[in-house]
Ligand binder design. Structure first.
Ligand code: IPE
Ligand code: IPE
Ligand code: MG
Length: 251
C-alpha cells in the first residue's frame, strides 16, 4: 500500500473529493446480517478514508452521509443511523484534533434529532481552527432542496432591493449555496456499483471527474482510495477546451 501511496503525485491532487458512501445494506445482507450491521461497519471505512485523505494532503473531503430522501427509510434504520452519528462524533473528536481536521456540515441540519445537532455543534466549534483538511458531512442533504433555498434567498434580496437581477451570476449563486466556503468538486467517488448522482452536489459537480467502483462502502479502505486518486491523476480535465490547449498550459 505504501507503494501505491508513493505513486500519487503531490502536484496533481484533487482539491476537493466528494464521496457517495453506498452499499452498507447490501454488504450486511451478503453476510446474512441486518442492514444496520453494514452501517456500523461503514464507520470504520469513514475513519480510514478521512485518515487517508489527510495523509496524502487532500484539502477538502465531503461525505454524503444522509440524504433528504433517506428520511423515507424504515424508522428503526433512520434511528440507528442518527445514533451512530452521535456515537461516532463523540469517538472521533480526538482523532480530528490529532490530524488537524476541521469539521463542517451541509444540509438541513435542523431536521436532525437534537442530540445530533448538539454533538455536531460541539465538534464544529472545537475543530474550527484546524487547517489541514476540511471534512464536510452532508446530512439531511439534497442538492435540489439546496438550490430551491438559494433561489428563495436571492429572490428575497431582489424583492428587498438589496440585489439587482442583472447582478445575479455564478459567483452570487455559489455564495448562497451551503458549500459557499468550499471549492468545486474535482473528484466524485461512488461505491457499490450504482452509477448515479442521487441528488448530491449537482451544481458543484459540473466539471468533476466521476469514479464508480463495485466495492461496497464497508470494504472501501485506504488502498481503494489511493487507487482511485491514481486514476484521477491519469485523467485529462479539459473544462471545454481541446487537448492541445491543455498540454500547452501544463508545459
Ligand atoms: C449507504 O448505504 C448509507 C446510506 C445511504 C445512509 P445504503 O444503506 O444505501 O446501502 P444499500 O445501497 O442499501 O446497499
Ligand atoms: C445516496 O445513497 C445517499 C447516501 C449515500 C447518503 P442511496 O442509497 O440513498 O441512493 P439511491 O437511492 O440508491 O439512489
Ligand atoms: Mg444505497
Amino acid at each position: 500500500m505504501e507503494n501505491l501511496k508513493n505513486k500519487i503525485a503531490e502536484n496533481k491532487l484533487p482539491d476537493h473529493i466528494a464521496i457517495i458512501m453506498d452499499g452498507n445494506g447490501r454488504w450486511a445482507k451478503l453476510k446474512g446480517k441486518p442492514r444496520v450491521f453494514g452501517h456500523k461497519n461503514g464507520v470504520t471505512s469513514v475513519r480510514e478514508i478521512i485518515e487517508g485523505c489527510a495523509e496524502i494532503g487532500i484539502k477538502y473531503l465531503t461525505l454524503y452521509a444522509f440524504s433528504t430522501e433517506n428520511w423515507n427509510r424504515p424508522k428503526l434504520e433512520v434511528k440507528t443511523l442518527m445514533a451512530l452519528l452521535v456515537s461516532s462524533l463523540k469517538k472521533e473528536l480526538k482523532n480530528l484534533q490529532k490530524n488537524n481536521i476541521k469539521l463542517t456540515t451541509i444540509g438541513n441540519i435542523e431536521h436532525l434529532p437534537e442530540k445530533a445537532q448538539i454533538e455536531l455543534a460541539e465538534v464544529i466549534e472545537k475543530t474550527k481552527n484546524n487547517s489541514s483538511l476540511t471534512l464536510t458531512l452532508a446530512l439531511s442533504y439534497g442538492s435540489r432542496e439546496e438550490i430551491v433555498n438559494v433561489i428563495k434567498n436571492i429572490s428575497e434580496k431582489v424583492v428587498n432591493n438589496q440585489l439587482n437581477i442583472e447582478e445575479i451570476n455564478e459567483k452570487i449563486i455559489n455564495n448562497h449555496l451551503y458549500t459557499f466556503s468550499l471549492p468545486d468538486v474535482d473528484f466524485m467517488i461512488r461505491t457499490s456499483g450504482e452509477k448515479r448522482i442521487s441528488n448530491f452536489l449537482l451544481w458543484q459537480m459540473a466539471y468533476a471527474e466521476l469514479y464508480f467502483t463495485d466495492t461496497l462502502w464497508p470494504d472501501f479502505r485506504k488502498e481503494n482510495l489511493f487507487k482511485a486518486v491514481l486514476e484521477y491523476q491519469n485523467r485529462e480535465r479539459r473544462f471545454g477546451k481541446t487537448s492541445e490547449q491543455i498540454e500547452t498550459i501544463n508545459e
